[in-house]
Design a protein around this ligand. Structure first.
Ligand SMILES: NC(=O)c1ccc[n+]([C@@H]2O[C@H](COP(=O)([O-])OP(=O)(O)OC[C@H]3O[C@@H](n4cnc5c(N)ncnc54)[C@H](OP(=O)(O)O)[C@@H]3O)[C@@H](O)[C@H]2O)c1
Length: 253
């Protein structure tokens, strides 16, 4: 619980829905001044505004939007933490058949668009924001940078290769930044496997996905919140990738 009379400020990106919305709501309940980013206004953002969160619209694929986000944060002299949650789980495009008459340049451009989008949201945005917000994070007596990555960063993915590579880049940034910023700022990643299904996931998909972990459950966003609390409360953990995967790494044949 945040007990200071002047509220500590925590930034969480992409908090209009699902995991980000849940964690932003918990941070408010724990007495923090919460600042969130969103792209689309949504009922989740309306609820956060109503509860006192400072909600800033920004698409992190745009440097102009990112500059606007950093400028809006300049009203806070210090930041207690930034949680990089914003994400897009984009699949790779189907490979064009060898006989395809698709123009090679078009095909390369389409693949590049997916790859760049994944790197932009998962690696470039955290890299740029962490650097831009460093003075305010350094001004806090203790500060945390928390990156939301993914189980697939360590093992790869057949259908989400660009996504997995971008989350692996974010894990590597976790290592570099923790070395650079200790002991003032702790830098860690949380690497979940399945947390929450998407609305359109059918029963067969759900059954297959659940069977991938030893725990075989859909754990929900509270597991991420508990991990964030654990990292915020620690005085010693830095440069770690916290696995939140139901033992999926041991679900061996
Ligand atoms: N859900 C899971 O089972 C699971 C599993 C493993 C890892 N994770 C990780 O856990 C975190 C939370 O997952 P989630 O499923 O709750 O995420 P999510 O709903 O897919 O996305 C979170 C938010 O990211 C924002 N976003 C996407 N692209 C953006 C951009 N270019 N600029 C700014 N914001 C952008 C979206 O904002 P708008 O809605 O406003 O467009 C969205 O609300 C993510 O980092 C994810 O990779 C989740």
């Amino acid at each position: 619980m945040n007990t200071t009379s002047q509220k500590d400020v925590i930034v969480i990106t992409g908090a209009g829905q699902r995991v980000g919305l849940y964690c932003a709501t918990q941070l408010l309940k724990h007495g923090y001044q919460v600042v969130v980013s969103y792209r689309k206004h949504s009922p989740g953002i309306a609820a956060l505004q109503e509860a006192g969160a400072h909600c800033i619209q920004a698409d992190f694929s745009s440097l102009t939007d990112m500059a606007g986000f950093v400028e809006a944060l300049s009203v806070y002299p210090t930041l207690r933490a930034i949680i990089h949650n914003a994400s897009s789980w984009q699949a790779d495009l189907p490979l064009a058949p060898a006989s395809s008459s698709t123009n090679l340049l078009n095909q390369l451009a389409q693949d590049a668009a997916v790859f760049d989008a994944m790197q932009h949201i998962h690696a470039r945005a955290p890299y740029l924001l962490n650097r831009a917000l460093l003075p305010q994070l350094s001004g806090s007596s203790t500060a945390d940078i928390i990156h939301l990555t993914d189980f697939v960063a360590a093992v790869g993915s057949s259908k989400h290769q660009a996504y997995a590579a971008s989350k692996a880049a974010l894990e590597n940034l976790t290592l570099s930044l923790s070395r650079k910023l200790a002991p003032k700022i702790k830098v860690n990643a949380i690497a979940p496997a399945l947390l929450m299904f998407n609305e359109g996931d059918d029963a067969a998909y759900r059954e297959k996905a659940l069977a991938k972990s030893l725990m075989a459950i859909e754990p929900g966003p509270d597991e991420v919140w508990q991990s964030i609390l654990y990292l915020l409360n620690s005085r010693y953990i830095t440069g770690r990738i916290l696995a939140l995967d139901g033992g999926r790494h041991l679900n061996l044949p």
